[in-house]
Design a protein around this ligand. Structure first.
Ligand SMILES: Nc1ncnc2c1ncn2[C@@H]1O[C@H](COP(=O)(O)OP(=O)(O)OP(=O)(O)O)[C@@H](O)[C@H]1O
Ligand SMILES: [Mg+2]
Length: 250
């Protein structure tokens, strides 16, 4: 089982859009996939399982966060056979507190270990923070994919993330940035594509374009590959999935 995370401490950069689209492509490719919406905002859950997102079982999730119930009790199925979901829950806001209490730094790893029998891929859609939870995610994930909008401000958040990784003694090689919401009409975006800044090590090939089809996912409540399979956005996520599959040896 491989674990990947979509993370950036900056909000609104396309983490959830990538997590949802990659999860759907992985599942459609026959990889048993579990998508965990770790962001209490619940955007991922809303795309895939609106009913589950509405009927959040707060007491159950709170018990999981306290380590009293196995994480498997929170799993819900989706319309795709190979794709399951752990919907967001307001009690996930307290995960950091619980992780602090446990102290060991591998609580998330322990929670995910039993998933190994049922899934080939676990995808973590992360909240935009550099917290104790982020530290555990970075430790347990085989790869952390970091969407970056081509602006200098995004480079600042990438550098902050890099400083955090160095500070916590984590493996920098696990981190792969990719360009997200790229608008080729903007000269700065074209510059980033032609000559990516040197600080962007291990930049994934390809990029996710700024595309109205991604915004329309909310209307269709599904991945772009399902309602606009030949769109530029669908092709971009397909290429990304192909690269990830190779990297992860799936
Ligand atoms: N490639 C894209 N083109 C156009 N719009 C996009 C693209 N990717 C994401 N969006 C839109 O931008 C908004 C933020 O995207 P998304 O929720 O994926 O970001 P996020 O990084 O997960 O944000 P948060 O940090 O709040 O969780 C959403 O309205 C989404 O529809
Ligand atoms: Mg999100």
């Amino acid at each position: 089982m491989k674990v990947i995370a979509f993370h950036n401490l900056k909000g609104g950069v396309g983490k959830t859009a990538a997590a949802v689209n990659i999860a759907q492509l992985a599942a459609d490719d026959g990889v048993p996939t579990l998508l965990w919406d770790l962001d209490a905002q619940g955007a991922t859950s809303w795309y895939f399982a609106p009913e589950a997102a509405k009927a959040r079982s707060q007491p159950k999730a709170a018990r999981v966060v306290k380590g009293k119930t196995p994480i498997g009790h929170l799993i819900t199925s989706t319309a795709t056979t190979c794709l399951d979901l752990i919907p967001a829950d307001p009690s996930f806001r307290n995960i950091d507190l619980q992780l602090e209490k446990h102290g060991a730094g591998n609580t998330l790893r322990q929670w995910l270990e039993p998933m190994d029998e049922d899934y080939g891929l676990v995808i973590l859609d992360c909240p935009p923070t550099l917290s104790r939870l982020a530290e555990e995610i970075f430790a347990v994930a085989d790869k952390i994919y970091v969407p970056l909008i081509p602006t200098w401000l995004s480079m600042n958040s990438w550098e902050q993330e890099q400083a955090f990784i160095t500070d916590k003694n984590l493996d920098k090689k696990k981190f792969a940035p990719f360009l997200s919401m790229v608008d080729r009409r903007k000269s700065l975006h074209r510059e980033f594509l032609d000559t990516p800044p040197k600080a962007l090590k291990r930049l994934l090939a390809g990029y996710i374009p700024y595309a109205s089809d991604v915004e329309r996912m909310g209307e269709h409540r599904s991945a772009v590959s399902h309602f606009a399979p030949r769109s530029t956005a669908a092709l971009a996520y397909q290429l990304m999935w192909k690269n990830m599959k190779k990297q992860l040896k799936l």
